[in-house]
Design a protein around this ligand. Structure first.
Ligand SMILES: Nc1ncnc2c1ncn2[C@@H]1O[C@H](COP(=O)(O)OP(=O)(O)OP(=O)(O)O)[C@@H](O)[C@H]1O
Ligand SMILES: [Mg+2]
Length: 355
C-alpha cells in the first residue's frame, strides 16, 4: 500500500499543492519554513484523519481561509482508492472514501498504517510517564481494539472515582465499586502492555544497537502495581491518601515507563544525538511490530531525521530503508545536497521534491 497522489487546498502554509509520489522513497527538501513538515503532516492526516502536530483541527486551515481540503489516492494490489478530507470553519470535518462518507473513524483508522519519526517526539523523552503510556497504549491499540476499549473505560472510571473522592458524603461502599472496576480493567491494561513490551523491547534494543554501532545500551522498563497479585490491597491501602488529595494516586494510569541508556534516564543523560537515536529506534521497532502483526508495511515518515545524527548513524538508517523491509518512505531535510547524495546511493525508485 502506498500514497500515489496528494492534493492540498488551504492546508497550513499551502494554498494549493499537488504531487505524484514514488512507491519507494520521496524526499522533500527546502529551507526552514517552506512546508516540508506540513506535507508530511498532510500524509499523516490522510491516514489518521487528524494532524500529528495541531491540537485542534481548525489550526490546519490556512490563515485567512475558511476551509481546507486534502485529497489522496492510496494504491495497493486491489487497485486505487480515493480519500477526501475537508473541513470548514465552524462545521464538522468530513471524511470520504471513494465518494462515500465514512461515519465511524474507527472503521477508517488502521486501513492505512503509518509510522512517523519527528523532532516533536522528543516530548516522549522529556515529559512525564503519561505520554509514554499513551504511546505504548496507542501501538497496542493499533492491533487490539480490546486494549483500546479497556484504556478508554479505565480513564472514565478514574474520572468518576476522582469526582467521588471529592464528594464530602462519599461512602466506602461507593468507592469499592470503582475499585473493583479499576482492578479488573487495570489488570487487562497491564497484561496488554506487558505482553506487548515482552515482544517489543528486544526488537527496540537491537534496532538501537544496530544504529549506534553497539556503544551504549538502550532499554525500556515497565513497573506497575499489577506486578503484585494483591493489587487490590495496594489500592485499598492508598484510599486514605486518595481521599485526602482528592484523586486516585495509584493504578494502571500511574504505571511507570522508563527510557534508559546504560541504566540512566535518557532524559537526563542522553546526548541530543543519542536521544534522537533512541526515538528513531523506538519508531522503527513500532514499524516492525505493526508489520509482523498485520503483514503490511506502514508508510514511514522521517522528518528532519538527519539532524543531530553522525554520518555512521545516517548511513545505517539509509541502508535500512533501502532494503525490502520498508515500503513507501517520505524523508525531509533542509540540505538538498545531502538528500541528492543519499538518493543517488539508493538507485532507482525515488523522487525529490524541492519546496
Ligand atoms: N494554518 C496556517 N496557515 C498559514 N501558515 C501556516 C499555518 N500553519 C503553519 N503555517 C506555516 O507553515 C510554515 C511551514 O512550516 P513547516 O513546519 O512545514 O516548515 P519546514 O519546511 O518543515 O521547516 P523546517 O526546516 O524548519 O522544519 C511555517 O512558517 C508556519 O508558520
Ligand atoms: Mg520541518
Amino acid at each position: 500500500m502506498y500514497l500515489k497522489r496528494l492534493k492540498i487546498v488551504n492546508f497550513k502554509n499551502f494554498g494549493a499543492f499537488e504531487a505524484e509520489f514514488s512507491p519507494k522513497i520521496n524526499s522533500l527538501t527546502g529551507p526552514n519554513g517552506t512546508g516540508k513538515t506540513n506535507i508530511l503532516d498532510a500524509v499523516y492526516y490522510l491516514c489518521f484523519t487528524k494532524s500529528y502536530f495541531a491540537s485542534t483541527d481548525v489550526q490546519n486551515i490556512r490563515h485567512g481561509e475558511n476551509f481546507m481540503m486534502l485529497e489522496g489516492v492510496f494504491s495497493d494490489e486491489s487497485g486505487d482508492r480515493q480519500v477526501l478530507m475537508s473541513l470548514q470553519r465552524g462545521a464538522k470535518k468530513t471524511v470520504k472514501r471513494d465518494g462515500k462518507q465514512v461515519e465511524r473513524m474507527g472503521e477508517y483508522i488502521g486501513a492505512y498504517p503509518l509510522v512517523i519519526v519527528s523532532p516533536a517526539d522528543r516530548d516522549l523523552i522529556a515529559d512525564g510517564s503519561s505520554l509514554r503510556r499513551k504511546f505504548i497504549d496507542g501501538v497496542v491499540s493499533q492491533t487490539s481494539s480490546q486494549h483500546l476499549d479497556a484504556v478508554v473505560s479505565h480513564a472514565r472510571i478514574i474520572e468518576l472515582r476522582n469526582a467521588l473522592l471529592k464528594t464530602p458524603s462519599v461512602t466506602s461502599l461507593q468507592i469499592d465499586v470503582y475499585d473493583k472496576a479499576m482492578i479488573e480493567l487495570g489488570r487487562k491494561i497491564y497484561e496488554g502492555r506487558q505482553s506487548f513490551l515482552e515482544r517489543f523491547v528486544p526488537v527496540f534494543k537491537k534496532t538501537y544497537s544496530d544504529i549506534s554501532g553497539g556503544g551504549e545500551q538502550a532499554d525500556i522498563t515497565y513497573t506497575s502495581i499489577f506486578e503484585n497479585p494483591d493489587a487490590g490491597e495496594i489500592l485499598h491501602a492508598a484510599r486514605a491518601r486518595d481521599l485526602m488529595v482528592g484523586f486516585s494516586t495509584t493504578g494502571a494510569h500511574k504505571d511507570d515507563l522508563k527510557f534508559t541508556l546504560d541504566g540512566y534516564p535518557v532524559k537526563n543523560y542522553g546526548s541530543q544525538g543519542q536521544q534522537k537515536t533512541f526515538l528513531t529506534a523506538l519508531k522503527l521497532a513500532q514499524f516492525h511490530f505493526i508489520t509482523s502483526l498485520t503483514g503490511r508495511k506502514p508508510i514511514l515518515l522521517l522528518d528532519d531525521i538527519f539532524d543531530k545524527l553522525d554520518s555512521r548513524r545516517v548511513e545505517y538508517i539509509m541502508s535500512l530503508v533501502n532494503g525490502d523491509t520498508f515500503g513507501q518512505i517520505f524523508v525531509s531535510d533542509t540540505q538538498p545536497e545531502r538528500i541528492r547524495e543519499l538518493m543517488r546511493a539508493q538507485g532507482e525508485g525515488h523522487s525529490i521534491f524541492t519546496l
